[in-house]
Ligand binder design. Structure first.
Ligand SMILES: *Cc1c(COP(=O)(O)O)cnc(C)c1O
Length: 494
């Protein structure tokens, strides 16, 4: 079996060899533009067939049609500030209120809508930093203490804001080790953060203990429920007692991020960031008064922003209702249980930790056979496979559109294990080889510089053939890219 991946798309309508375009002199007919985009799109991952296990949070075709119609309604609006468009202002406040109630906020619990989890997390760190700076004793506080599994958006935000992340090791169940967390608290600690659940293994951190810790040290505690915020409440309603409290019911929790563009089933580009009280939230608002263009104020990060993400999230909540969310969650959890049981019935396989929702991470016991050979085989069969490290594993999120594909997936997984057992030499090829190599490279900076190269090659301008000018970036390579580039590309976490 050949494990040959090309970093270049096979689709002739895409231009991998990069020629720099000019805006066409004459506009093209709308039908041509649309037909061209359809053709460009034809080679994108076909999530509707259920072969991707991440990224697309699909309900059904009717729901999608509702989102499309909503987008049409608000295609021209710019929600540059919350006073700009009254209808969207109302929808934002509605969603914040509904989220606060769902997550057991107090009377004073409120927040803002952002463009996604990353912005919510950036604003979380920003707001606590500004809050700390607003009193003399907080000026030196610049450290976030969070588990190793916390989403990279925290690291990115810390990097942008000049803060530092102190990583808490995991316990045997892939959850934050709260005793270790306590040891990392010091005079510079600005806040604690945990996940509900963490993306890599779908495990819920011991948030009750983290809450007690936060109260004991007088620190803010952020719960990153970007993925679980609009899912866990329905799991809990379907199966009371199955999920320990993790939201504002815990007195130490001061803020929560929950993505409406994930299991809120709105269009991409929206998230809710809630604070228990205005005492923190007020530090998020930015106002400047000296600009010749007028007084400028914004409640979140973006300036001009589309109204569509907020409107679609609002439409989703009103159209699905609590019953709709519960039904979808029931279907998904049912399918997830079938998938998990099927995987665990294979003697070679094990699930990592105790996932609390529809996220599964699994691997082979003692990595025999190699899980990435299994992954490569599955990819050959047309599945999109998300690979993870530390330990090597495969990651799945079960969505509604995956449900009909579960039987076939289990069938192919069995075949993949059999293949990997019979062909141990396959370990030296494909992603198994590249990830194996990555894991053995002691300097993570070397790995990072390879990934940086991938980006440089993607964004570097095309080489001019006859100018004699030395090309910038690594365009020469793009004519004939090294094989590892394609593999590395596929290994990047989705
Ligand atoms: C998706 C996710 C994020 C980041 O959100 P984006 O919407 O991708 O910016 C943060 N935390 C968790 C747990 C997530 O699943």
């Amino acid at each position: 079996m050949a494990f040959q991946y090309s970093p270049f798309p096979q689709n002739p309508y895409l231009h991998p060899m990069k020629s720099r375009k000019t805006i066409p002199m004459k506009g093209q007919p709308r039908e041509t533009v649309l037909a061209n985009m359809e053709a460009m799109k034809s080679s994108d991952p076909n999530w509707a067939e259920g072969r991707t296990w991440s990224l697309v949070y699909h309900v059904d075709d009717e729901h999608r049609a509702l989102l499309q119609q909503t987008a049409q309604l608000f295609i021209s609006e710019s929600y540059a500030n919350p006073f700009a468009v009254e209808s969207i202002q109302q929808m934002e406040l509605d969603i914040i209120g509904m989220a606060a109630r769902l997550l057991h906020g107090e009377e004073g619990t409120t927040g803002t809508m952002t463009s996604g989890g990353t912005e919510s997390i950036l604003l979380t760190l920003y707001t606590y930093r500004e809050w700390a700076r607003s009193n003399r004793t907080g000026k030196k506080k610049n450290e976030l203490v969070a588990p190793a599994t916390i989403h990279p958006a925290f690291e990115k935000a810390a990097h942008l804001l000049g803060l530092k992340v102190r990583k808490v090791p995991l316990d045997n169940h892939y959850r934050a080790d709260i005793e270790a967390m306590e040891k990392l608290i010091g005079p510079k600690t600005l806040l604690l953060a945990v996940s509900a659940p963490a993306y890599p293994h779908g495990t819920l951190d011991p948030i009750e203990k983290a809450s007690a810790l936060a109260l004991r040290y007088g620190l803010p505690l952020h719960v990153d429920a970007c993925i679980g915020g609009f899912f866990l409440p329905w799991v809990e309603k379907l199966n009371p007692g199955s999920i320990p409290p993790w939201d504002f019911r815990l007195a130490g929790v001061t803020s929560i991020s929950a993505d409406t563009h994930k299991f809120g089933y709105g269009a991409k580009g929206s998230s809710v960031l809630l604070f228990r009280s205005m005492n923190h939230l007020r530090h998020q608002f930015f106002i400047t008064t000296d600009w010749p263009g007028g007084i400028y104020a914004s409640s979140t990060l973006l300036g001009s922003r589309s109204a569509i993400p907020i409107a679609t999230a609002w439409a989703a909540m009103h159209s699905l209702g609590q019953e709709g969310y519960q039904n979808i969650t029931h279907n998904i959890m049912d399918g997830c249980a079938r998938l998990r049981a099927g995987i665990e019935a294979m003697p070679e396989m094990e699930t990592l930790g105790q996932p609390c929702m529809n996220i599964l991470a699994f691997t082979t016991r003692q990595n025999k056979p190699d899980i990435f050979v299994v992954a490569d085989f599955l990819e050959e069969k047309g599945w999109i496979v998300d690979r993870q490290q530390r330990p090597h594993s495969i990651h799945l999120t079960v969505m509604q559109h995956n449900l009909p594909a579960i039987g076939q997936y289990l069938h192919d997984l069995k075949a993949a294990i059999a293949f990997a057992q019979k062909n141990p030499q396959a370990k030296a090829q494909g992603s198994a080889a590249v990830y194996g190599l990555m894991a053995r490279i002691p300097f993570r900076s070397l790995v990072a510089s390879n990934v940086r190269q991938l980006f440089e090659d993607l964004y570097a301008p095309p080489v001019k053939a006859k100018t004699g000018r030395q090309p910038e970036g690594n365009n020469q390579q793009m004519q004939n890219p090294p094989a590892w580039m394609g593999w590395l590309n596929r290994l990047l976490s989705r």
